[in-house]
Design a protein around this ligand. Sequence first.
Ligand code: 3PG
Length: 206
Amino acid sequence: MTMPESLIDRVPVVPVVVVDRVEDAVPIARALVDGGIPVIELTLRTPVALDAIERIATEVPEIFVGAGTIVSPQQAKEAAAAGAQFLVSPGSTPSLLRAMTDTGLPHLPGVATVSEVLGLLEAGYTEMKFFPAEAAGGAQFLGSIHSPVQAARFCPTGGISPANAAEYLALPNVGCVGGSWITPPAAVVARDWTRIAMLAAAASAF
Ligand code: 3PG
């Protein structure tokens, strides 16, 4: 399949967000929009994640809300039912690819090796998540594979911060980076939405 639309050319930094209290979801999404980042990847890592996606999809229509950390076919279905508009997985097993494709939603499967990249290209994907970016070879890895594997483009995630984001974004095969630094747990616990809007504004300027 080919992706219906680019997922990696919308914003320079996709916030990867963990929500523990469902009531934080909407204010976080609004703060990201206020800061100029109208995209959120809500990770399915907490029991409230699907409810959080549903609330954001209903109450903050101006944000493009996706579900991250899809590690089972069932989660792809559940995320779509909750209102997710895109899906992100750290991996790319055949059953995950099938389940994500079956939702009809744009999605980013994950890769960490050249063979995985080639496998996704064979399956028709040109956009993929590179995870865990820093641990799996970082910007040097992506820079090294651009020439032999030119069709693949990436959203690296995992270990990315304001200190190294620009290095990734300068690569020709990187559309955006993903990172959790825009919604630091301390700011969420303190309900410091202004801080999150400021971090989003800084990230939107990359
Ligand atoms: C992800 O799910 O993409 C990563 O866990 C985010 O990685 P980070 O916390 O290092 O930004």
